[in-house]
Design a protein around this ligand. Structure first.
Ligand SMILES: [Zn+2]
Length: 511
């Protein structure tokens, strides 16, 4: 066990709850979290009103007037608090709002990232309207936003982006307010970075980082996005898998043929594509694509330990998903996510049921998505698959083949590669990783540490400039916040916890 981690455990044992820690001996993190709680308890309605005002502004990335209204509102919220605000612009991409609170002397710059845009909505599926925030208690009854009564922490605020991802914006600002009321200030340079097109796939983030290197190259990143662990414990995510995808089309005869007349002589594209796909992963889910696993960096000792400490969710998930068996040869879910995946996400050809015909079809298509781990890249995956297919006797084309090509090549497959990006991982042993985990540990809410998310976010962008910048995902929203779906919501206690977490980090992260 590393000294810092041991220290965190000791403090956690001595002060299992912020409220129980003694004022005289409390660490800066515990003291700041307790001050934030006290401040929040007397300002809950104010926080709620500011949150509701921000949530009422439509925020889909392609809705430029809505995006600009968000930028204006955010700028005002940040300037009101005395932060130095810059609005970064790039052609007509949604702006990135950056705000700084500088420390005295030479200090690290630690950036807290969130995004103010949200997923497009299917308004008819909402119980209410996406940009008309509504507070409901745990039983679903609407609650007044005004009033003298204390707010029920189990009540939820329903609106697009209440969880994903305006909650951290409000929590960060409330944490600053609480700190200021207690006459504290961060000793590092605090930078807030709010992106406006994350839900559209961050198509300009990389260009923004090239255009504004002085602003978007801090010493460390905390990416405040996504939900906490399903167990309700805080979550620190140290990586994300990369991704790439390919669509394959295998060609048969140029017209559908009677399978009685030609069935043992004309090759069937469905059957051939099925064999091709079966050569990539075996019946137990083990990858058999040659070379695909060669570049995989084995998990570190720290990653193995973190995995072992993740609460068991497998049994309940099996019930929830109603699956009789799993892949992974007995590994826990999070362990399997450390490996790259080949997922066959679609297969199309011919017809079934009442529409089935006795025909050899003209083509069969499949779509595959790959989840990459260090040190794979989209280019290396492409090279492995294409080499493998050539070895199996396939001729690769990138457009529909003409007659001459069809007649002279027996096994023709068309490949259409999608865009992709590499994986990213921050070491759990990195000083910044230990520092952040230790601060959360002192609050008595020991975080679940996942070496990587199974899904893909372009975390490599945060790490690459300069290369190796630590980037850690620190979400605050409830896991059942319906993010991206109708009736997105934020449980108020998650917002309150987030304020304390950010206040503790502001107070305890070193210069
Ligand atoms: Zn998000």
């Amino acid at each position: 066990m590393k000294p810092l981690a041991r220290a965190a455990c000791v403090v956690a044992l001595l002060a299992p709850l912020v409220s129980e820690a003694s004022g005289a001996t409390a660490s800066p993190a515990v003291a700041a979290a307790r001050e934030a709680r006290t401040w929040r308890q007397s300002h809950e309605r104010d926080i709620l009103h500011e949150f509701v005002a921000l949530l009422a502004i439509p925020n889909v990335a392609r809705d430029r007037p809505g995006i600009e209204r968000n930028v204006t509102a955010l700028t005002a919220m940040l300037e009101r608090r005395g932060l130095d605000v810059r609005v970064l612009r790039l052609d007509d991409a949604p702006p990135i709002v950056v705000a700084d609170l500088r420390a005295r002397g030479r200090a690290r710059t630690i950036a807290f990232y969130a995004h103010y845009d949200g997923q497009p909505t299917d308004t008819l599926s909402w119980n209410g309207l996406p940009w008309t925030p509504v507070l409901r208690d745990a039983a679903g009854h609407e609650q007044p936003l005004d009033g003298a009564r204390a707010l029920d922490p189990e009540s939820r605020l329903f609106a697009r982006s209440s969880g994903d991802d305006k909650a951290p914006i409000l929590a960060l600002l409330a944490a600053l307010d609480a700190m200021r009321a207690a006459k504290r200030a961060p000793v590092f340079n605090l930078r807030l970075v709010f992106e406006g097109e994350e839900e559209a796939g961050s198509p300009h983030l990389s260009t923004y980082m090239e255009r504004y290197p002085d602003v978007l190259r801090p010493d460390a990143w905390l990416i405040c996005d996504g939900p906490v662990h399903q167990s309700g414990r805080p979550l620190l995510g140290f990586g994300a898998r990369g991704t790439t995808s390919v669509d394959l089309t295998v060609y048969g005869p140029v017209k559908g043929l009677h399978d009685g007349h030609y069935g043992n002589w004309v090759p069937n594209p469905i059957s051939r594509l099925a064999h091709l796909l079966a050569s990539l992963r075996d019946d137990a889910g083990r990858v058999t694509l040659p070379g695909y696993l060669d570049e995989v960096v084995p998990p570190s000792e720290a990653e193995r330990k973190a995995l072992a400490a993740i609460p068991d969710v497998e049994t309940s998930l099996r019930g929830e998903f109603q699956i009789g068996g799993v892949e992974g040869a007995g590994e826990a879910l999070n362990e399997t996510l450390l490996r790259p995946a080949i997922n066959i996400r679609g297969f199309q050809s011919g017809s079934v049921g009442a529409h089935a015909t006795n025909t050899i079809p003209t083509e069969a298509r499949a779509s595959i998505d790959f989840r990459l781990v260090p040190a794979q890249t989209p280019a290396s995956v492409r090279a492995h698959l294409e080499r493998h297919l050539r070895t199996l006797g396939w001729t690769l084309v990138d457009a529909a083949p003409d007659s001459a090509t069809r007649v002279t090549h027996d096994r023709l497959v068309r490949l259409a590669w999608g865009a992709g990006y590499p994986p990213a991982r921050t070491s759990l042993d990195a000083p910044f990783s230990l520092e952040v985990a230790a601060v959360l540990g002192t609050l008595g809410r020991d975080p679940v540490r996942t070496p990587t998310l199974g899904g893909s976010v372009p975390m490599y962008l945060f790490q690459q400039a300069p290369r190796g910048t630590p980037a850690i995902i620190l979400p605050i929203a409830n896991h059942d916040d319906n993010q991206h779906a109708p009736n997105e919501n934020l449980r108020l206690q998650n917002l309150w916890d987030g304020i304390e977490t950010f206040a503790a980090l502001f107070a305890a992260l070193r210069p």
